[in-house]
Design a binder for this molecule. Structure first.
Ligand code: GH3
Ligand code: MG
Ligand code: MG
Length: 578
């Protein structure tokens, strides 16, 4: 029973597993949602930072290009300082000059355009007013030879031209990297009034270090130009200036990649704007160059305090990335498209979702595996408990049977006479009462025979008590053997007296049976001081009266006892019936 109650206390496993699984899934979904939100913010920040870093790298490259131009112009300045204007070298240079220039009908010297080849040849252009002397021609020619080596110092992609402006003759000499510049230049244009020419004045730049002009719009080139200028000396005297003109558009498009398809995911260059709000170079923006900055973007002109070279400003859902370009006194503006960032983050999150789904699936599979293992374990345990229960029931059954047998044996022993093995006096009284009631109901005869061993005292006296016991056992066995009906029984009434209960037997039957028993004992011829062991018997029989009580059975016994008494009186070894 204890085992059964233990079984019934086991929880319903599938329900438990379902609850657990549900809880795990709910927790997973919740944490995945939170994780997603957190990651989404992180990823957006990261994307923006990555764009910022990229712009920073661009600005660093841009600055490096400017430094390259500065180094180059310093070298040019040094070369010009070494030039001599006399001797055979100067004459050769003058001859070369004649090949390169011609005097046109309007009196101006112009370059022979057809001889120019970018990166190799140089050309020169002189205003009509320029003085011509042998010395200056030789000087210009030699300068050209020298400078033709020089132009390689700056990337040809951004170098528009290189020039020398000597103080001596006031002539301007160009070595254009791009011949179209010379072609398009007007003969009457006086460059000496421009920003960059003014920078060549000794008073403006006494130290002779490279100086940058502001971005300047050149109507001849129809481009924004940027010039780096350095003075040079000859024989210790201030002799003039040298410079590089760079096309801002090329410089910026090459470095900041305006208008180009880049591998960037989100940031697009919009334009470069001067400090006073004029668009210098235009990228993806549709605004016209030279126009004013769009009103919504004005904030880029007032950068937040701090040293950051690149910073970001929110513009609705988008961001503007702003890079300072101090040497230009300008800034480059990029736009980071909010929807592009969202798309990027979405892609990353889809990958995350897949990962989370796989993880949850794995978790579920593991859970199912554990539950199924648990179920099979519990089934095995239940089967073993049932087996133990059956074993115990069998044991209880066996014990019960053993107990019943023992009880039966005990009750048999309780009803038996210990010496002779026949029924004892107590069982006789029970059997008599039962038989009496039965015969009374059926109105059938019942007989009692009292049996007593003759002169048994003398037997004991002669052969001893143990022999007497043995004799009693033999007599009892003879009496038992002499009764043939199963319902007829022998009891030891006491001492050496026995009583026979013969149911359904009238007096004649009882007498017949008693006589046979007497003879059987006599015939057994157990030795006795008087001869052989004999018995005397008193027989009584009756049909119980219907109204009689059980106590009247004792009267029948008394009658049999009386008959026995008479048999003793009449000489023993005989029977008397009443
Ligand atoms: P009678 O012929 O008149 O019966 O003479 P008796 O000697 O048999 O009668 P009595 O009643 O004087 O003696 C009975 C004797 O039976 C006395 C007793 O010692 C003996 N006796 C009674 N029970 C036992 C017993 O269990 N074992 C033995 N060995 N002797 C017993
Ligand atoms: Mg006696
Ligand atoms: Mg006797």
């Amino acid at each position: 029973m204890r085992i059964l109650s233990r079984l019934s206390r086991l929880p319903a496993l599938p329900v438990q597993a379902l609850l657990l699984g549900g809880a795990v899934l709910a927790m997973g979904a919740l944490s995945s949602w939170q994780l997603q939100r957190h990651l989404s913010e992180q990823l957006m920040q990261q994307a923006l930072s990555a764009e910022q870093l990229q712009v920073q790298a661009d600005v660093a490259q841009f600055n490096e290009a400017l430094s390259e131009a500065e180094r180059s112009v310093v070298r040019l300045s040094a070369l010009m300082a070494d030039i001599t204007t006399t001797g055979p070298q100067a004459r050769q240079a003058a001859a070369r000059f004649d090949q390169l220039v011609r005097r046109d009908a309007d009196g101006a010297w112009r370059s022979r355009v057809e001889t120019f080849r970018p990166g190799q040849s140089a050309g020169l252009w002189l205003p009509a007013s320029a003085a011509r002397t042998e010395a200056s021609r030789a000087f210009f020619a030699q300068a050209q030879t020298t400078v033709s080596l020089f132009g390689l110092g700056v990337s040809s992609g951004i170098l528009e031209n290189t020039w020398v402006l000597p103080l001596s003759g006031g002539e301007l000499i160009f070595w254009p990297a791009k011949p179209t510049f010379i072609r398009d230049a007007s003969a009457d244009l006086d460059y000496r009034s421009t920003d960059w020419v003014q920078l060549t004045a000794p008073a403006v730049n006494p130290a002779g270090t490279p100086r940058w002009t502001r971005p300047t719009y050149d109507p001849a080139a129809r481009e924004w130009l940027l010039s780096v200028v350095a003075p040079f000396r000859q024989s210790g005297q201030w002799a003039g200036s040298v410079g590089h003109d760079l096309l801002l558009r090329d410089l910026l498009r090459w470095l900041i990649r305006l208008d180009q398809q880049t591998d960037r995911l989100t940031a697009r260059a919009l334009y470069v704007v001067s400090a006073d709000g004029h668009l210098l170079v235009q990228g993806a923006s549709t605004a016209r160059e030279g126009a004013r900055l769009p009103a919504s973007h004005r904030r880029v002109l007032a950068p937040p305090p701090g040293q950051a070279e690149v910073f970001s400003l929110e513009l609705g859902a988008d961001h503007l990335l702003v890079a300072r370009l101090p040497r230009l006194n300008a800034i480059a503006v990029y736009k980071v498209d909010g929807s592009a960032i969202q798309a990027l983050v979405g892609r990353e999150l889809r990958a995350l979702h897949l990962g989370v789904a796989l993880f949850m699936g794995l978790l579920l599979l593991l859970g199912l595996l554990l539950v199924s293992r648990e179920i099979s374990f519990r089934r095995r345990e239940q089967r073993s408990l049932e087996q133990r229960n059956r074993d115990l029931e069998l044991q209880v059954q066996a014990r019960t049977q053993e107990l019943a047998a023992a009880n039966q044996e005990l009750s048999q022993l309780a009803a038996q006479d210990a010496l002779t093995g026949v029924g004892n006096r107590r069982s006789f009284e029970q059997a008599l009462a039962q038989a009496w009631a039965n015969r009374r109901r059926r109105q059938e005869p019942i007989a009692l025979v009292m049996v007593d061993v003759d002169h048994f005292k003398q037997y004991n006296d002669s052969f001893g008590h143990p022999a007497g016991d043995d004799c009693l056992r033999q007599v009892a066995a003879l009496l038992q053997a002499g009764l043939h009906r199963p319902e007829d029984r022998v009891f030891r009434y006491g001492g050496e007296e026995f009583v026979l209960l013969l149911t359904t037997t009238d007096v004649n039957g009882a007498v017949h049976c008693s006589e046979q028993l007497r003879r059987a004992v006599e015939a057994r011829a157990l030795p006795h001081p008087h001869g052989v062991v004999t018995i005397s018997l008193g027989v009584a029989s009756t049909i119980p009266d219907r109204r009689s009580s059980d106590g009247e059975a004792m009267q029948l016994l008394a009658r049999a006892d009386g008959a026995l008494y008479r048999a003793k009186e009449e000489g023993r070894n005989r029977l008397v019936a009443v």
